[in-house]
Design a protein around this ligand. Structure first.
Ligand SMILES: Cc1cc2nc3c(=O)[nH]c(=O)nc-3n(C[C@H](O)[C@H](O)[C@H](O)COP(=O)(O)OP(=O)(O)OC[C@H]3O[C@@H](n4cnc5c(N)ncnc54)[C@H](O)[C@@H]3O)c2cc1C
Length: 302
């Protein structure tokens, strides 16, 4: 069977693409490891239009309800491992099977780089988060720690100094490595403290985060904090997509119409080099990618 389209990933980008595809009555399959992607890990969402406040799991339930209104050929708990193209036909290999289609949308998102230290798993969403833009406002007036020393850590710290009482930046390198302008701004913030050459050892707490143990230039130190923002980078889920051009960060490069470097293969959301990683942006990009794929299919003979 050769499908019109295969969509990889059921986060906001892939689900939106699938809803548009279903409404266009396309013959397609949606392959995903899970339903919801990163949105499911988000505690409180206050920036998705139409919802003043919604939790990540609630928003995912809404997305899934919308998706399942249609008869979708969903291959859940299946991970794509390889892509290839022969003539006009794209082949998608997973752990379980191989599928073929005339067009493909890659919407496999990103995952946060993790610390891999004791306490990280236990306190995820209980004070430990990977998204300052999303969760920063929950820590108003509190002492927090930002882990990292590059641009994303600085960006997080600069957002947090405006609302938190103290922001401790735990940086493993001897110096901050982000943009000098951001470093200067941070140095001017009276409530920011930078701990250079410092490794995070453990996260402690009861029901919620209470403290972080660090190795500060060779000496053990404990900082009392209510929030921990891990900002040591995000990894695009693009390992299987070496067929298309990716940038140095591993993000799939797309143009304004979501075309990748390979004809018939489109990409959307966090896995791409489109700036800013947010749910509403991923959903919008998913709809754009589908409309481009639809146009591609009607304008090509197979
Ligand atoms: C903790 C946290 C809180 C956040 N809070 C907010 C917020 O409040 N507001 C906001 O706007 N944004 C928030 N974000 C960012 C937002 O979640 C992302 O921008 C958005 O989810 C990206 O959507 P996506 O569909 O591109 O990718 P993802 O959500 O990453 O989804 C990717 C999908 O692809 C699947 N997949 C990955 N690899 C494969 C594979 N090989 N084979 C098959 N399937 C695969 C995954 O299982 C997943 O279903 C938050 C992010 C995090 C981590």
């Amino acid at each position: 069977m050769i499908y019109d389209l295969i969509i990889i990933g059921a986060g906001p980008a892939g689900i939106t693409a699938a809803i548009y595809a279903a409404r266009k009555k396309m013959n397609f399959i949606l392959i995903s490891r899970d339903i919801g992607g990163q949105t499911a890990w988000s505690g409180d969402i206050e920036n998705y239009t139409g919802y003043q406040f919604v939790s990540g799991p609630e928003l995912v339930a809404k997305f899934e309800e919308h998706l399942r209104k249609f008869e979708i050929n969903l291959k859940e708990n299946e991970a794509v491992t390889e892509l290839s193209k022969s003539g006009n036909i794209i082949k998608v290999k997973t752990g379980q099977a191989q599928y073929q289609a005339k067009a493909l949308i890659i919407a496999s998102g990103k995952r946060s780089r993790e610390l891999n230290i004791p306490g990280e798993k236990e306190y995820k969403n209980l004070g430990l988060t990977y998204c300052a833009t999303c969760d920063g406002p929950l820590f108003q007036g509190k002492d927090v720690a930002v882990i990292g020393g590059g641009n994303s850590a600085l960006d997080a710290a600069l957002q947090l100094v405006k609302i938190c009482s103290r922001v401790n930046i735990i940086n493993i390198s001897p110096e901050l490595t982000g943009d000098p302008v951001m470093i200067d701004t941070l140095k001017e913030s009276p409530n920011a403290t930078v701990f250079n050459s410092s490794a995070v050892k453990r996260i402690n707490g009861d029901k919620f985060v209470k403290a972080i143990e660090i190795d500060f230039q060779g000496k053990p130190m404990t900082l009392a904090v209510s929030g921990i923002f891990v900002e040591i980078g995000l990894i695009p889920n693009s390992d299987f997509a070496s067929l298309v051009k990716r940038n140095e960060a591993g993000e799939i490069m797309v143009d304004a119409r979501n075309n990748t470097s390979v004809e018939g293969i489109f990409s959307a959301g966090d896995v791409t080099d489109v700036p800013e990683k947010q749910i509403i942006i991923a959903a919008g990009e998913g709809s754009k990618a589908l409309l481009s794929a639809f146009r591609y299919l009607i304008s090509h003979k197979f």
